[in-house]
Structure formats: C-alpha cells, structure tokens
Design a protein around this ligand. Sequence first.
Ligand code: NAD
Ligand code: IPM
Ligand code: MN
Length: 380
Amino acid sequence: MVQRSFRVVLLPGDGIGPEVVAQAVRVLEAVSAASLDFELKLESHDFGGCAIDAHGEPLPPSTLQACKDADAILMGSIGGPKWGVDAKLRPEVGLLALRKALGLYANIRPANLASDSLLDYSPLRPEIAKGVDIICVRELIGGAYFGTRKEQGVAPDVDTAWDTMIYSVEEVQRITRVAVQIALGANPPLEIHSVDKANVLASSRLWRKVVTETLTKEYPEIKFQHQLVDSAAMFITSNPRKLNGIILTENLFGDILSDQTSVIPGSLGLLPSASLAGAPSAPSADFKPTLGIYEPIHGSAPDIAGQGIANPIGTILSAAMLLRYSLGLEKPAKAIEDAVRKVLDTPESGGFGLRTKDLGGNVGTAELGDRVVEALKTVL
Ligand code: NAD
Ligand code: IPM
Ligand code: MN
C-alpha cells in the first residue's frame, strides 16, 4: 500500500500553548505510528509573542511560508501580558494576518462534547446544560476585524476611533455554504440559527438577506431561523437547547458567542476549533480536505502557564479535527475522540473519570496526555 505523507506545521505559541501542543503531538505520533497507510511529518515554528522575542515580529516570513506549504497547521495559543494590548507589536496581529493570508474564512467551534459526566462543572444548572449540542460557525476574515479602522487625534492622545463592519454578498454566501455542509453531516440535518443585529446594522441586514436567499434557493431541505444577537446571548444562558444545531454568525458576534457557548460543556479547556479555507462547491456532507489551522478555543492562560496543570483536551480534539478536515483521515480522528471520551468517562477510584484542575481534578497536563495515548491503543 502506498504510504501518504502529510506535512503538519506546529505553532505552539505562548503561555500554556507549548504545554498543550506537546500532548496533542504525542497523540498524533501515536496514530501515525499505528498506521500503515499514512505518516505525519511534524515541524515546529515560532509564532506569536515568542516570535516577537526571537524575530521581532509575530508572524515571521519563514513561519508564514511553512504554513502555506503545509497540509495542516496545529496551533496552541498566543499572547499574554508581556505583549500588552497597547503595544504596537502584538501577537494577536500575527494571528489575524495568518488567517487572512491563508484565506481561512470558516471557523468551526463545536460546543458539543456532550459528556454527561461533566455536567456538574457547567456554569449552568445541569438540567439546563444537559443535551446542549451547538456548533458555532463563525465567519473569520471579514467584518469589523478587517474593515477600515482609524485612531484619530493629536498625538499621543487618541480622542476618536472607529472600526468598520463590512460584508459582501460573496463572503456571506460562502460561510453559509460551510454551515450547510456541517448541517448535512448529521441525520436529520442540523437546524441553522443565523445570528445578526439586523434591527440596527446595515451589514446584518445584508447578512440576513443573503443567508435567507442562499438557504431557500440552494438547500430548501435545511431548517433555519434568524436570531438577533442580544437575544441569542440571552438564550445561551437561559435555554441553550433552543439553539441546538448550528449558530451561523459573523466574525465579532461569533468571537463572543463561541466563548460563551464553549463553557457550557464544563470548561474552556475542553473544546477544539478548526479554521478552514476551502469552499464547498455542492451541497454535500463530505468535506474535500482543505488547508486549516486547528487550535483549542482558549487563549494562552497566563495565570496557569508553566505549572503543568492546563487541560490539553481542547488541543487533542483539535488534532482530531485536523486529521478529519485537512487530511481526510476520518478513522484516526474518530479514534482520538473516542479515546478522549473514554478517559473522561471511565470512573477512577474517586468515581469520576480523569480530570484536570479546571474540572475539579488534580491530574496534570502530561498525565492526561499519557492516558489518552493509552486509551488510543485500545480503540485504534
Ligand atoms: P484564556 O482563554 O487564556 O483564559 C481564560 C481563563 O480560562 C483563565 O482563567 C485560564 O486559566 C482558563 N483556561 C484557559 N485555557 C485553559 C486550559 N486549557 N486549561 C485550564 N484552564 C484554562 O483567556 P484570556 O485570559 O482572556 O487571554 C489570555 C491571552 O490569550 C490574551 O493575550 C488573549 O489575546 C490570548 N488569546 C489567544 C487566543 C488564540 O491564540 N487563538 C484565543 C483567546 C485569547
Ligand atoms: C479567538 C481569539 C482571537 C480573535 C484573538 C486572539 C485575535 O479571541 O481566536 O477567538 O478575536 O479571533
Ligand atoms: Mn475569541
């Protein structure tokens, strides 16, 4: 059998990034070693605050080139107080530039780990958190993040500043089609909740019109509804099951709502994300493998960095998404997800599965990685 070789770029980044990426790497190495038909070539590059320190910029040209040449990219997280919000050179600027340069317009953030064993750690009451199954599909390279902005005033004081939230028909169409593709991956297809602020914003009115037209013309079998962002935020805490299915929304609303949704399953440390470039050409549940950045939904967690206590599950599950969406390797992706579930759900002596500190346990980052690698051997 021909062995396919895939090039995976690692961007461990700052804070807890390198700690959690190290565990995902062990998991990727384990699935690669167990497979006869593919191998993964992993290479690490500086990105974010550590790249500012080493190269004077968050996204050095060599890192960008490696990402362009890669089959997929696994990232930890970037940023931290050392490179503050007022600094000219911020790690976050590198992340936005990388997303834009690679055309990663589709950000998929599932908040559907749906492990009832974690319900007690949800900030919501268990009867409200139970059965929540939401996937956020966030537009990632448009809107206020990339519109014209200006800080104006007499130096050094800025007294007026603005950002522009801007969307074109084509940008809304292509992210709507990604949401459809994910909706069609379930049987029956998931319902789409398109979130906007059409009662105030012009860009939202265009968003609503294009989503409606795209869905009714191209995919009449998909159920959808429109939801204003303020009431969507209210439902996420009062009755999140109402939004089960897909939340489809623009960049800034998606940034906020995906963090809010992501804590429902128990901890920010649990959830993965994918940022994808490819446009689906036809209504189909099958993704053509496409370049993507995969990263946990959390940030660099400076408050716990270096202590070996960060939860690596979000990054390990991001590695599973990487195998699925960029390399087309569904079987090992599913095996990783099953191994994680097994580790979380198999009762230890205390009656619970293995838990890091954010979930009330006392297991360290590396030990959790050990156990996922062990569990993988039984499911591969
Ligand atoms: P954060 O997600 O880093 O941390 C929020 C809280 O969650 C902290 O208390 C942290 O300890 C906890 N937490 C996060 N991940 C955890 C994990 N895996 N295990 C256990 N606990 C975890 O958010 P923040 O503090 O607002 O941001 C810190 C820095 O990260 C900022 O510079 C921000 O810009 C950056 N950031 C980067 C990304 C990214 O790289 N994509 C995403 C979000 C924030
Ligand atoms: C995220 C982060 C980024 C964003 C920051 C770090 C630029 O919050 O990935 O959600 O706002 O998109
Ligand atoms: Mn965010």
